[in-house]
Every structure is written in C-alpha cells, then in structure tokens.
Design a protein around this ligand. Structure first.
Ligand SMILES: *[C@@H]1O[C@H](CO)[C@@H](O)[C@H](O)[C@H]1NC(C)=O
Ligand SMILES: *[C@@H]1O[C@H](CO)[C@@H](O)[C@H](O)[C@H]1NC(C)=O
Length: 321
C-alpha cells in the first residue's frame, strides 16, 4: 500500500517536472518583464535561463545593467547617477542621437537619451537569431516639441536582445519618415561604459595604427602609435574607420570584453580621469578607476537619409576569459 502510493507520488512528480520543463521552455513571458525602476521610471528586464540579465529604462532606451551568468555586473553605472528626467543617466549605455557631443546645434549628445521611448508589442522581422534570445523592441518618434528643435520626422527602433549565452545585442534602425521630401543628417553613438577592476590594468585592442581625432586638442587629427591602448590620464579620442571588432582586456579580472559592430565605423575611447571627474556632479571622485567608455559610433562621416530611407547599426557585446 505504502509502496504503491509512493510510486504514484513519484509518477505524478515526474509528470509535474515534465510539465514544468515544458512550461519553462515555451513560456517567454517570464523572460521579459516590465517593472518600475529607480524613481518609479519604467524599465524592462530581460533574463536568460543560464542566469544572465539585462535592464533597460524606457527613459532614453538606456541599458543600465548587463549581468553574466554568475550575476556579475559588466556595465558601469555611477553610484551618483541621477535617474530624474531630463537629466541623462551617468553610465550604462546612453544613446547619442541625432548628434554626437557638440557637433551641431542641439544639446550635447542629442535628445534621444532624454526622451521616453515606448515598447513595441508587435515587433516586425523576428528572425531565428532573435527568436533564440530574449528581446524587446523600443521605439522613438519625435514629438511636436522635438520637431521645433530638430525639424525632421523619423522612427528609431532599437531591438535589445539578450542572447542564449548572455551576449547583449543592440540593433538600431532609423527611418526618415518625412512626407515633404526633406533629407536629414545625423551622428550617432552607443556611449557604452564598461565596468573594469582597475583602469591601470586595462588594454583596448584593435585600434592600433589608426587615425583619431583628439577631443582634448580641438579634434586635432593624429595617428595611434601603439597596438594596445592604455590609459594613464584624461583620454577622449574618436578613432576613425575602425575594425568591426574591438576588445577590452581587464588584466586584473582576466576578462575580455568583445565589442562587435556594424554600420558604426568610428570608436570613441573615453575616461575623464581624476580632475575632470571632480567637476562632474553625477560621477564619484574615484570612479574613473573602475570604468572605460568604448563607444561604437558614426561621427566623422555623418549619415544622411532621404525620405523613406533607413539606416541600420548593430552593436554586440560579449565577454571571454
Ligand atoms: C523588416 O524587413 C523589411 C523587409 O525585409 C525591411 O524593409 C525592414 O527594414 C525590416 N525592419 C527592421 C526593423 O529590421
Ligand atoms: C591599480 O593598479 C595600479 C598599478 O598596478 C596600483 O598602483 C593601484 O593601487 C591599483 N588600484 C586599485 C584601486 O586597485
């Protein structure tokens, strides 16, 4: 009697595990969650079964967290970051659009990072690559107020995907939706802040022998002499026509970030160092030691879109030991 009932329990337990496995495999709803973040701002959380996760705020379509399967944070966000629109968030992955830095008449880095984006619940073109990952599509269209400062209608779609092995993909498409035949021109960057254990032991690889514009010397053009870039003081350079892959070695952690990109030929490398850090209200005095920005960008040759035309850019971040 006892034996047979425990056997029954075992059987139903097996069924239970079998069905739970089915539910876990086929239910994607638990992998994408929209919730409240800091100051009640909406954020989307993407989770993978192997433990990795991504958080993206609708404010700015701003990725503020990317964690690996061990729960380690891979992006830097300042302990003094302010989550209070229209202040941009210090850290993570701000979007610079339609203007990088002060290369135009708009506020620094444009306005996309200061706007509330929306979630597209009916995303187009869900390919098998995307289907294997967990993703969310975010959309930005100009408001009437935006059109007063930048008189161009556009649709900016960014698909944020957390891949099956924890890679983070940002696939952007920007379309000129002007009806009156006007073209527009923009510059762009994913201003990624990577978390590092000690800036003194960081090497950025893939930019050796390339030309760059030195933002600390009025964008004077120069050529990088070394193979690997090390940072020992304030650093702010736009490397031009860079390869599709750049890597960042964190010697102390024995970890390498791999940046792969398409449609984004330039790469900005930035660290404010000590003196500049002291002038930034939303950045801790010592935090320059624990971050480096390596930004996939289109800066030197601005992108022009005719009405109906679309531009695509893609950034993929991964790590290897
Ligand atoms: C979706 O696919 C269509 C047709 O191939 C293409 O024109 C469009 O640019 C794609 N949209 C996105 C957001 O990738
Ligand atoms: C970073 O590395 C440098 C050089 O090895 C060392 O002098 C410094 O103490 C380290 N800083 C921290 C915060 O570990």
């Amino acid at each position: 009697m006892i034996a047979s009932s425990s056997c029954q329990i075992m059987r139903s337990l097996h069924f239970f595990i079998f069905f739970s496995a089915l539910i876990t495999t086929y239910s994607t709803s638990t992998a994408v969650e929209i919730t409240k973040g800091i100051n009640g701002l909406d954020k989307v959380i993407l989770r993978q079964t192997q433990g990795s996760g991504v958080e993206v705020y609708l404010y700015g379509a701003h990725v503020t967290s990317w964690k690996n399967g061990q729960g380690q944070e891979l992006l830097f966000v300042s302990s003094k970051a302010i989550f209070d629109p229209p202040k941009p968030i210090r850290g993570g992955i701000p979007i610079c659009f339609p203007q990088f830095s002060n290369l135009g008449t708009l506020q620094s880095h444009g306005f996309a990072r200061n706007r509330l984006w929306t979630v597209d619940n009916n995303p187009p073109n869900v390919t098998s690559e995307v289907a294997n990952g967990v993703f969310v599509d975010l959309l930005l269209k100009p408001t009437e107020e935006d059109l007063k400062i930048w008189p161009h209608r556009f649709e900016f779609r960014m698909r944020v995907t957390l891949g099956p092995t924890g890679d983070l993909m940002l696939a952007s498409s920007i379309k000129n939706t002007d009806a009156d035949g006007k073209l527009f021109t923009f510059t762009f960057a994913h201003h990624t802040y990577f978390s590092v254990s000690n800036i003194s032991g960081v090497e950025v690889k893939g930019l050796g022998k390339l030309d760059y514009l030195d933002n600390l010397k009025n964008r004077e053009r120069a050529t990088e002499v070394g193979d690997a870039i090390t940072i020992k003081s304030e650093f702010d350079r736009v490397y031009l026509s860079t390869p599709t892959e750049i890597s960042i070695l964190d010697q102390e952690k024995k970890r390498t970030f791999v940046v792969q990109k398409d449609g984004l030929p330039d790469a900005v490398v930035w660290n404010p160092w000590e003196a500049k850090a002291k002038t930034m209200a939303d950045f801790g005095e010592d935090e320059f030691k624990y971050m480096v920005c390596v930004e996939a960008a289109a800066i030197e040759k601005p992108i022009t879109l005719k009405p109906g035309e679309e531009w695509k850019g893609r950034l993929q971040l991964s790590t290897r030991l």
